[in-house]
Design a protein around this ligand. Structure first.
Ligand SMILES: CC(C)(COP(=O)(O)OP(=O)(O)OC[C@H]1O[C@@H](n2cnc3c(N)ncnc32)[C@H](O)[C@@H]1OP(=O)(O)O)[C@@H](O)C(=O)NCCC(=O)NCCS
Length: 220
């Protein structure tokens, strides 16, 4: 792996915003495009990346190859703060924007909302609280053509060093990708929880397992 790596990892700059939003949409469902299950890239990218790029940009990193951004790791030192800001500052404007754009009445999106509603009724979102022991979080994606070349591993390493310097005691996050789970286990994350989710059944024809991974950190 070491010999294949020919890129650069650096801190996020505001000019990377467009690339992060693009990669987020192109890799959303286990490495495949969000358009498979959601119609409106602008709203999708806002929902998944706006907090990180606009409210806590200092906690994010990008991977570059030949001067182009080919991957990112967006993070937060405190998932609780992130959730608060999302609810207070992002959610309402995002809802208004979605109403104006007609996002909520697109067929694919209605199917997804119904799936999520079904999951809520089935109590699939109930799970243990990990943010006390593992307060930080992350979200990582690499462009298709650049996977398996060490970018993900380097992004994780730089982010964990950053978190340790910032005094974070732990980090946790979710993934539904089995392939990404192998990657996270190799990176030394522990599986904290696994649970069934049915909201993608209309697209994947099966339930998926959500995996919560975590790692405790020693401060430096
Ligand atoms: C998962 C992902 C972030 C990993 O990044 P990456 O740059 O491809 O991974 P690396 O090249 O740094 O690999 C590091 C190690 O993990 C292993 N690994 C990475 N992806 C793997 C996969 N899909 N299957 C099995 N092992 C994998 C590598 O073989 C490597 O092991 P080694 O050090 O023993 O050689 C990236 O492949 C990706 O974005 N995938 C699609 C979207 C996704 O699933 N994102 C995560 C959502 S939470």
């Amino acid at each position: 792996m070491e010999s294949k790596f020919t890129g650069t990892i650096r801190k996020f700059r505001y000019g990377d915003r467009r690339d992060i939003r693009r990669i987020c949409c192109e890799t959303a469902l286990m490495g495949q495009a969000s358009s498979i299950f959601f119609e409106d890239d602008e709203i999708f990218a806002d929902a998944l990346t706006l907090y990180f790029t606009d409210y806590e940009p200092e906690s994010s990193f990008v991977a570059e190859a030949k001067g182009n951004v080919v991957g990112y790791l967006v993070g937060s030192k405190s998932i609780k703060t992130m959730e608060k800001i999302f609810l207070r500052r992002i959610f309402s404007p995002l809802l208004s924007k979605s109403l104006l754009r007609g996002t909520l009445i697109k067929k694919k999106n209605i199917s997804l909302f119904l799936g999520v509603l079904r999951s809520i009724i089935k109590r699939e979102f109930r799970m243990p609280e990990f943010s006390k022991e593992y307060p930080a979080t992350l979200h990582i994606n690499i462009d298709k053509d650049y996977r398996g070349r060490g970018f993900g591993s380097r992004l994780i390493a730089d982010y964990l060093t950053y978190l340790q310097r910032e005094g974070a005691i732990g980090v946790h996050f979710a993934t539904i990708s089995r392939k990404a789970s192998i990657f996270f286990a190799k990176e030394g994350f522990n599986l904290l929880y696994e649970g069934k989710r049915s909201y993608f059944k209309h697209v994947l024809r099966e339930d998926v397992l959500i995996h919560i991974y975590g790692k405790k950190l020693n401060n430096v």
